[in-house]
Design a protein around this ligand. Structure first.
Ligand SMILES: NC(=O)c1ccc[n+]([C@@H]2O[C@H](COP(=O)([O-])OP(=O)(O)OC[C@H]3O[C@@H](n4cnc5c(N)ncnc54)[C@H](OP(=O)(O)O)[C@@H]3O)[C@@H](O)[C@H]2O)c1
Length: 271
């Protein structure tokens, strides 16, 4: 039975990946911080004959990250979905530096470490698939005064760069970046982002995104952008002048006072 490891598997897109992959005959390892949510997610998947394992780990910390990479090194899955991610409502540079570093560790560091762990083994084996969840925001500065699009641009550039390298292309391993637009999940509320005014047309649902992503992965696509309207947005962000696209961007810093001097910012030791 094929195996899949999903980070951020208890909510939103990760939960939809878990449900879809359980239905299509995968043994699963679900990763997130909250043990209770992991247990109820695993119980809710309930497909007889499937093995569902949980791993409680804070992937923004070196210890949590190591728990996951140790587990991946021991059991290299057929599919790794690097999905866990976060955003911050506080604009840069007004927000807390420690929180910004946490975002970088989760959105970037974790993707780097897990890919570094599984890719050589997948290449030696001659099979394996990795989905790195980025965002349409990776295609340009959609949110101004925010490090989130920058972190997702890294995920997109990293995925393309690795996936296009000759040894990976000839190895039989597929790596794909998934670029969702706005998806109705707990994501924005968790971050404290105000998105209530967005038109209904802008919203996708998790199942629709995951179904399109897995179809694109099966077709060998390197980048998956679910829905025609977001493919058009991504094209616009990549090809239209910044002066035009910026007019439609959300500026998190607009109307905020100038932040205090840098010495008052707090940093964390990310090990
Ligand atoms: N929703 C959107 O509109 C949207 C659009 C584009 C891209 N994305 C990307 O899609 C991915 C999934 O987002 P979502 O909307 O499904 O988010 P979500 O509903 O907020 O779910 C986040 C998941 O990640 C886990 N998680 C959060 N921080 C973690 C940490 N430090 N360590 C381990 N697990 C952690 C959460 O569980 P615990 O809290 O228990 O850890 C939860 O399972 C993210 O990478 C996001 O950037 C989302």
């Amino acid at each position: 039975m094929p195996s899949a490891v999903i980070t951020g598997a208890t909510s939103g897109l990760g939960l939809a990946f878990a449900a879809h992959l359980a239905r299509t005959g995968h043994d699963l390892t679900l990763v997130a911080r909250t043990e209770h949510d992991l247990e109820s997610t695993a119980a809710g998947l309930g497909h007889p004959g499937r093995r569902v394992t949980t791993l409680a780990a804070d992937l923004a910390t070196p210890a949590g990250s190591r728990l996951l990479t140790d587990s991946l090194a021991e059991n290299v899955p057929d599919l790794l979905v690097n999905n866990a991610g976060m955003a911050l409502a506080a604009p840069f540079p007004a927000g807390d530096l420690g929180e910004e570093e946490t975002l970088m560790q989760l959105n970037i560091g974790c993707v780097l470490r897990t890919t570094h762990t599984v890719l050589p083994a997948m290449m030696r084996r001659g099979s394996g698939r990795i989905i790195n969840v980025a965002s349409v925001a990776a295609c340009g500065p959609t949110w101004l005064g925010s490090t989130y699009p920058a972190s997702k641009s890294w995920v997109l550039a990293f995925t393309e760069s690795v996936a296009r390298s000759a040894p990976v292309r000839s190895s039989g391993v597929s790596i794909m970046a998934l670029l969702p637009g706005y998806v109705r999940t707990a994501f924005h509320q968790r971050a404290g982002l105000e998105v209530g005014r967005l038109p209904r047309l802008m919203w996708l649902n998790s199942e629709q995104v995951v179904t399109a992503a897995l179809r694109d992965l099966a077709r060998g696509r390197l980048i998956s952008i679910p829905s025609r309207r977001y493919r058009a947005c991504a094209w616009g962000l990549r090809h239209l002048p910044r002066s035009l696209t910026t007019a439609f961007s959300l500026d998190l810093a607009r109307g905020r006072p100038i932040p205090p001097a840098a010495g008052t910012a707090r940093s964390v030791d990310t090990g």
